[in-house]
Design a protein around this ligand. Structure first.
Ligand code: CP3
Length: 360
């Protein structure tokens, strides 16, 4: 399939990921399309459910563009969810109103694990259609990010059957039956790599792997059960499409202590949560990968002056960008549904203004 899209008008985000000079520090926000925006809640009501939004490319396009119409963000992220992949594996995803995700058929015994297969990518065609339609609607405004969950983070939901406070079921399987856990992770890694490559072919201009629960693992276990499989995924990613470089970002929430190891798996950028000191992180790995992050999302509940001051601290912590370094401003995790939308205006303007003045 050959698709041609409008040339990019703002490539600041991609340049920062590739550690090339930029006029200012680009930013986007994890979960930038979502419930904190009244227009999102309105569209979601029309669609009936979260999956109603995600499986309809018209709706997915509409909500992807909503935060860009309000704020001068430097990237768009596909509106979808990491759990579409296990859903396509037959686990039966649902999102009950006001609750987290649920799988009707979680992986609880050997029989279920052995039956797990890499899904036919045609069952995820609605995602790739959304990617192409969003890219077309963006018309070159900013780049489009595709994404997936990490093999381990997907396994957490697949075994637990939903969110968890203690990861008792998935960790029991990991310690009791590491063979079964490796079988799940290997299957997930193949599925995730194929899924991300299909998003790239459909029009994604950068890809991000969300390892939300890697930080729940013990040292040594993280490397074997999460990081190794992300390395497998990154190795299989198309690094170029139609002659254009497609940068990759890996984000392990709570992964700060493993920064050097994460920076070593071949991704172009590493996402950081708010526990990490950006200055130290840059000194350790900043000439090898770009860094993305890492404002505490709860800063957005403070007054405008405090938001500006915390933004400035984050930008100063990374420091003045120099040759061969790159910083993409983001939150350290997803934006809260309770965030006042006006706070995001303050944040976006502060990042742009202050980072420009730091380059002068
Ligand atoms: O960032 C974006 O704007 C793009 C869309 C996106 C969503 N989920 C939409 C969504 C992305 C990148 C995700 C990733 C995701 N999903 C992760 C990894 C990142 C992270 O936040 O840690 C995880 C762990 C999930 C799983 C998931 N999806 C949960 C636990 C929930 C329910 C809890 C919650 O925060 O709402 C979802 C639902 C979900 N995914 C919503 C959105 C906008 C809310 C759905 C609604 O409208 O009710």
């Amino acid at each position: 399939m050959s698709t041609s899209f409008a040339p990019l008008k703002n490539d600041t985000f991609l340049r920062a990921l590739m550690r090339q000079p930029t006029d200012y520090t680009p930013l986007w926000l994890m979960r930038q399309a979502g419930r904190y925006l009244p227009e999102y809640r309105e569209t979601r009501k029309q669609a009936g459910s979260f999956m109603g939004l995600a499986t309809n490319p018209d709706y997915a396009t509409e909500v992807t563009l909503q935060p860009l119409d309000r704020y001068k963000l430097d990237a768009a992220i596909l509106f979808s969810d990491i759990l579409t992949v296990p859903d396509a594996m037959g686990l039966g995803l649902s999102f009950a109103e006001g609750e987290g995700p649920r799988f009707a058929n979680p992986l609880r015994d050997e029989k279920a694990v052995r039956a797990l297969q890499v899904p036919d990518l045609s069952s995820l065609q609605y995602v790739f259609d959304a990617v192409t339609q969003i890219r077309r609607s963006l018309d070159g405004r900013v780049p489009l990010i595709g994404f997936s969950g990490s093999p381990w983070t997907l396994a957490c939901y697949m075994v637990e059957g939903g969110g968890s406070d203690d990861f008792r079921l998935v960790k029991s399987m990991l310690y009791d039956r590491p063979d079964l856990m490796h079988h799940i992770l290997k299957t997930n890694a193949t599925a995730v790599a194929g899924y991300l490559n299909a998003q790239i072919e459909a029009g994604a201009q950068a890809v991000m792997i969300f390892d939300t629960w890697g930080g729940a693992l013990a040292d040594g276990i993280y490397q074997t059960f999460s990081l190794a499989y992300m390395r497998e995924v990154v190795k299989q990613l198309k690094s170029e499409h139609n002659g254009v470089k497609i940068p990759s970002i890996v984000f392990t929430k709570g992964g700060g202590l493993w920064l050097e190891e994460i920076a070593d798996i071949g991704a172009d950028a590493v996402g950081l949560d708010w526990t990490v000191n950006l200055s130290k992180a840059r000194a350790k790995v900043g000439n090898k990968v770009a860094l993305q992050g890492n404002l505490d999302p709860n800063v957005l509940f403070a007054k405008p002056e405090q938001i500006r001051s915390e933004v400035e601290k984050t930008l100063q912590a990374f420091g003045k960008p120099a040759a061969n370094s790159g910083h993409v401003f983001n939150l350290g995790h997803g934006i809260s549904q309770f965030t006042p939308p006006e706070s995001v205006t303050v944040l976006v303007d502060a990042v742009h203004e202050i980072s420009r003045s730091m380059r002068a």
